[in-house]
Design a binder for this molecule. Sequence first.
Ligand code: ARG
Ligand code: ASP
Length: 658
Amino acid sequence: MKVKCVVFTLAAATSLLSMFQARADEGMWLPALISQRIADMQAKGFHLTAEDIYSVNQASLKDAVVLFGGGCTGELVSDEGLLFTNHHCGYGYIQRHSSVEHDYLKDGFWAMNRSEELPNPGLTVRFLERMEDVTPQVLEGYDAKMDEETRAELVRKNSEKIRETAVKDGKGLKASVEALYYGNQYFLFVFREYRDVRLVGAPPSSIGKFGGETDNWVWPRHTGDFSIFRIYAGKDNMPADYSEDNVPYRPKKSLKISLAGVKEGDFTFVYGCPGSTREYVHSAEVDYVANVSDPQKIALRTTRLDIMKKYMSQSQAVRIQYSSKFAGVANAWKKWQGEEKGIRKMNTVAEKREFEKGFEAWAKGKPCEGITDTLASLYARRNPVFRAYEYYNETVRAIEKLQMASGRPVSAKDYYRPIDEETFTAMMTAFDKGLDDCYKPEYFLKSRERFASMEEWKDAVFADSLEAKNLAEALNTHYSKVIAPQVNSLGRRINLANRTYMKAQMEYCKDKTFYPDANLTLRVAYGHVRGYSPADGVSYNPVSTLTGIIEKDNPDIFDYNIPQTLRDIYARGGYEAQPVCFLATNHTSGGNSGSPVLNADGNLIGINFDRVWEGTMSDYVFDPDFCRNISIDVRYILFTIKEIGHADYLLDEMTFVK
Ligand code: ARG
Ligand code: ASP
């Protein structure tokens, strides 16, 4: 791409080139505006049209994609409502159906007919009916002199009206109005929400979570991260509460499954709901993330994880109690390490500073002049208090005793007091040492005087519920009444400044097509199947196989202990090259889990479930050399259904293409 941003200095020129040029495959695009990208997609190998991806007049691929459970993506793979998503997206539901007698998490679950499918109260899926630009309606009554609070109130009221109109006369319709480009544009999203979604199948965790935390965010990967559900509807095919009379939902569109396989260089695209990215923010925000926030959160979580690990390794019962908590804490912990390193490696802070210089030279005399300084000073004010805010989240809120004392439910079944006691001592010590006293409540400072050591303080808190209650209340109140309001009010001002800055960046770089930052709305990302080189002298293939699972297999290592059946199948021979996972250059984020990965003809080749560790900075900056999404090969799903689940009957309702 030829850079057309106005360039003033040689340094700026170099930095603009590196910022905007080598960025093939970056971007998460709005389906309704995909016609702006379609020429590029086709040039890169796509065979279909914009209307095939998104249309309000005819069935299109969007009708086969759902927002699953409010935080993941899923896709329809049969005309009878059958749906694929990730194992880690279905995990909570699989767990709820599990008991000691039938542990579906451990052993897997396979309905052998429709009557064995298990309902999941509270689980919903949303189909996008349509999306449209409603900026003029949202900003009706706005004038440029309004302060941010008044504007926000206006936007809220207008959006409410738009939503109400949009869902009138429709069964199960839901609507949301979402700000794009920090509120330079608003889009209405109208969904149809189905609420009878039943569990059909899940592999044992030793397949669905193979590699566990060890392999999480890592390539080479061999995780069979999928689960299967079915959407049910009333006789009219419309959303209905659970009922035995409901019938399988007949989708407008379901995906055909490609058996052709993937190889390096193949065109692929991901259709799903990425949750959050921050690609256009000021250098001060990225500086904070990489140099303050990530390191501090990583250090605090390392301590917590070490405590959990110690007790989990001593007892099988404790391992079961804490495995889900451990996974939750470890997931972001590991991602931040890659993110911090990636931002540093990309030199993003310095590059952004250089960009800001060039931008300000261009902005001279324009209304946006000085906006980067405004942002810098807002971040300078926000960062210290935001740091305290994050400290509360990572320390105070990590102590289950204080959670219980605040009336938040903690499952007694999954509570192990020695872990919590040690966590208290470690996290409260870190809280006290890590933050200035001005961020602590009076009660905390006074109590500190009463105890000779943190150990003593801990004993008092765990012995006496009033001691715990008072401490929890003091910390909670300070957090919600003092810290959070400052964070929020500065956050609003940053948001306002970002709106100006975003708009100006789009004018400054006229020829660059800006995709809006992710906000859990439906997006299309496209790229190619591709390996990468994580380090000098090392090069990764983009495809993994069953042979790799057997290589990792180890009955003594929990994460790598595969089912005996899988060993037996492999020993029979003929499955050495069975594909398991693959890498591609699609720009994805958290929320894209479960997203369909499609080939040039729009047929399903895999399900997205992760990114590689070296590329997790892609929420801030995309590096085409390192950013890879990880997918499970659809052929491994079929293999598992057949060979492990013996649920071949499910394949009968799918459509396969070569
Ligand atoms: N890293 C993936 C994502 O962010 C998978 C997380 C679930 N798996 C795990 N081992 N914790 O969601
Ligand atoms: N594993 C993530 C998810 O659950 C996807 C990612 O962050 O790449 O959405």
